[in-house]
Design a protein around this ligand. Structure first.
Ligand SMILES: [Zn+2]
Length: 229
C-alpha cells in the first residue's frame, strides 16, 4: 500500500543538485541537500575549454576524447551525490524516491557549443535524473515519478500557489498556513513526496491567475526552466 511507504521527494536542480525530503519536513533535521556548486563550476569551465579547443589545432578525436573523460568525471561526482541521497533515504522505513516526470535528453555538446543552451536543461538536470535512478537501483530503491507542474510553486503544507521572494526562498501567501518562508528546494522536494500519496496531490494548477511576468520563461531549446514548471 502506498500509504505505508515513506515517500522521499527528490528535487533536482543547479543550486542544489539534489534535495531530498519526506512529505512532512522533519523539524530536527530539515531536508537533506547536496549543493551543485562544484559540478556547475566544472561544467562552466569545460564549456570555456571546449570553445578554446575547438578553435585550436587539436584534432576532433582528441577533443572528443578529452570531453568524454571530463564528462565521466562529472558523472562520477553526480553518482557520489546520488549515493548520499540513497543513504539518506534508506534511513526511513520502506522508502521510495519520488522525482519529477521531466523527460529531457542529455546533450552535453549542446551546452558546450550552443551559446543559448541552458546548463541545467541541456545536460545537468537530465543527467542527474538518470544517475539517481541508476544509483538507486544499486541500493534496491524504487524511484517513481509524479507530475512536476507547479511542484516548485505550491506550498508543501497547504497546496496554495506561493511566491519566490528570493531565488532560493519560497513564501506561502496563504494567511491561514503555518509556513511563511522556507527553502525553495526543500519545499519542492516535500511537494513531490506528497504527490506520491493518493488524495494528497494538488490540482496542478494555480488557485490565482498567473501574471504574465510570473509565467515560466521559455528557453532556447523550447524546454522550461525546471524550477518554473
Ligand atoms: Zn502554505
Amino acid at each position: 500500500m502506498a500509504n505505508d511507504r515513506t515517500a522521499i521527494g527528490v528535487d533536482i536542480g543547479e543550486y542544489n543538485l539534489y534535495t531530498a525530503c519526506p512529505a512532512t519536513i522533519p523539524d530536527d533535521t530539515g531536508a537533506y541537500a547536496v549543493d551543485g556548486d562544484d559540478v556547475c563550476a566544472e561544467l562552466d569551465e569545460l564549456r570555456a575549454q571546449a570553445a578554446a579547443l575547438l578553435g585550436s589545432d587539436y584534432g576532433r578525436e582528441t577533443i572528443v576524447a578529452y570531453v568524454r573523460d571530463r564528462r565521466d568525471a562529472l558523472l562520477e561526482e553526480i553518482d557520489e551525490a546520488a549515493q548520499t541521497i540513497c543513504e539518506y533515504a534508506t534511513q526511513s522505513a520502506d522508502p521510495v524516491l519520488v522525482t519529477e516526470d521531466s523527460n529531457h535528453e542529455t546533450d552535453l555538446w549542446a551546452w558546450l557549443t550552443d551559446p543559448d543552451a541552458h546548463r541545467g536543461t541541456a545536460w545537468l538536470i537530465p543527467a542527474a535524473h538518470r544517475r539517481l535512478r541508476w544509483v538507486a537501483a544499486e541500493y534496491g530503491l524504487e524511484v517513481v515519478t509524479v507530475p512536476e507542474r507547479y511542484s516548485s510553486q505550491e506550498c508543501h503544507a497547504c497546496g496554495v500557489i506561493g511566491a519566490r521572494v528570493q531565488s532560493q526562498t519560497f513564501h506561502c501567501t496563504n494567511p491561514d498556513c503555518h509556513v511563511e518562508t522556507i527553502d525553495a528546494d526543500a519545499n519542492a522536494a516535500a511537494v513531490l513526496a506528497r504527490r506520491y500519496y493518493p488524495g494528497r496531490q494538488c490540482a496542478y494548477r494555480p488557485t490565482r491567475p498567473v501574471a504574465p511576468a510570473d509565467r515560466p520563461a521559455v528557453l532556447a531549446d523550447g524546454g522550461r526552466r525546471e524550477h518554473d514548471a
